[in-house]
Design a protein around this ligand. Structure first.
Ligand code: AMP
Ligand code: GLY
Length: 426
């Protein structure tokens, strides 16, 4: 079977690496891909927003499965266009992708179906938002409703900061994504990510991870797309994972089917482990980046087989996904300036030396200039290692990071710190 992968980041390099190993994969294409993806796939210059062009390509290359990596094309309905002509696709349609595309949609779905999440108020104007703030204690969380490239959420520690956040949203800074906002109660606890694969009926757990969103060591500085991750996240114990599945993920999948928007693909639940139980922070309708990189390092199965069965509504016929017992940990190497304006063009070397240490280096924002590998985006490389504990995986990943020659890059030096501290105490 020929497969088309949509996307260009480290997540897509990890997916390409795993798809290329599938016994079902005859030829892998990727659009637009990156130099790492190109090790496994033929890159094609297709615009995922041009659905007609993607459909024509699928027909001419006899594509048997399309895998959509990022949220943008899913929220934009690419999966619906493909399904309407009978092309199998891994990823939800437009209506189901609202779980990521509209925070208000998700909060209201949770309210209708009694799914545990922070108390909230949906507002559609600055005046309504300012009035609603009176009903919430500080800290309070303010979110633009739509996709805002990870910049639409503010955890406001003062009333002034909260007011600034709502003013920013209703100033139009986020375009249509800021036409509405959600104001919500601040939840206390440790965060963990939980993944499930579903075809709309069957739901199977697909592992846990913990991300590191802040740019600086010790979780300081501005938010990023994620500076590193590890999997599994032991803080999400089997008991808590069961609670997340039974009280949050399965009821959501059931609710989406009941309401005529069956969800198919991977459902990424951002969870807060609070003293009173697991609460949903948010959903994403795709794999996390860099969480996907650590999940793929541990996943033992045939990814194309799993994704095709999901796309064809027969997930229940497969055995449950199996994972290595080891911990995978990935360190993101970013270009100086990230998450502001990253300095692109910096030379990158040492990948082979890092991989000789036993690590796997996924390309995120890399580019080829005159045959040389350079930084082409904010997050550039994901240096990933497997170990018997988080501490060991961390040690191996940083040993490999030290082999990378990327003078205009930087990374956090403490990925996995919460768990490394717990391991040191036990
Ligand atoms: P993002 O992934 O950019 O949407 O950022 C959301 C981040 O904001 C989460 O990872 C949490 O750290 C934080 N957050 C969102 N909602 C809440 C909440 N209700 N209580 C506490 N923190 C929250
Ligand atoms: N790493 C967080 C995300 O992919 O949303």
């Amino acid at each position: 079977m020929n497969i088309l992968l949509v996307g260009s980041g480290g997540r897509e390099h990890a997916l390409a690496w795993k798809l290329a190993q599938s016994r079902l994969c005859t030829k892998l294409f990727a659009c637009p891909g990156n130099p790492g993806v190109a090790e496994h796939a033929e890159l094609v210059a297709l615009d995922p927003a041009d659905h007609a062009a993607v459909l024509a390509f699928c027909e001419s290359e006899q594509i048997g499965l399309v895998v959509v990596g990022p949220e943008g094309p899913l929220v934009d309905g690419l999966a619906d266009s493909l399904r309407s002509v009978g092309v199998a696709v891994f990823g939800p349609g437009k209506a189901a992708a609202q779980l990521e595309g509209s925070k208000a949609f998700t909060k209201e779905l949770c309210a209708r179906h009694n799914i545990p999440t922070a108390a909230f108020k949906r507002v559609a104007s600055l005046d309504a938002a300012l009035a609603a703030l009176n009903g919430f204690p500080i800290p309070v969380v303010i979110k633009a409703d739509g996709l805002a490239a990870g910049k639409g959420v503010t955890v406001a520690m003062t009333r002034t900061e909260a007011e600034e956040a709502v003013r920013e949203i209703f100033s139009g800074r986020f375009g249509a994504a800021g036409a509405e906002a959600v104001i919500e109660e601040f939840l206390e606890g440790e965060e963990a990510s939980f993944f499930a694969i579903t075809d709309g009926h069957t739901v199977v757990p697909f592992g846990s991870a913990q991300d590191h969103k802040r740019v600086g060591d010790g979780d300081t500085g501005p938010n990023t797309g994620g500076m590193g991750a590890y999997s599994p996240a032991p803080v999400l114990t089997p008991l808590l994972e069961g609670e997340a599945l039974e009280r949050i993920v399965v009821p959501t999948v059931r609710a989406m089917a009941e309401e005529g928007m069956p969800y198919s693909g991977v459902l990424y639940a951002g969870l807060m482990l609070t003293p009173t139980g697991v609460q949903l922070i948010e959903y994403n309708c795709r794999f996390g980046d860099p969480e996907c990189q650590v999940l793929m390092q541990r996943y033992d199965g045939d990814l194309a087989e799993l994704m095709l069965a999901t796309a064809e509504n027969r997930l229940g016929t497969l055995p449950a996904p199996r994972f290595s017992d080891q911990t995978a940990l990935t360190v993101v190497m970013a270009a100086e300036g990230y998450p502001g304006t990253p300095r692109t063009g910096g030379a990158i070397g040492g990948i082979a030396a890092a991989e000789a240490e036993g690590a796997k280096v996924f390309h995120a924002g890399t580019a080829l200039r005159e045959g040389r590998l350079v930084a082409g985006g904010g997050r550039v490389l994901n240096v990933t290692a497997l170990g018997d504990s988080v501490s060991e995986a961390q040690k191996l990943a940083y040993a490999a990071v030290n082999k990378i020659d990327f003078p205009e890059g930087f990374c956090r030096h403490d990925i996995g710190w919460r768990e490394v501290e717990r391991e040191a105490m036990s």
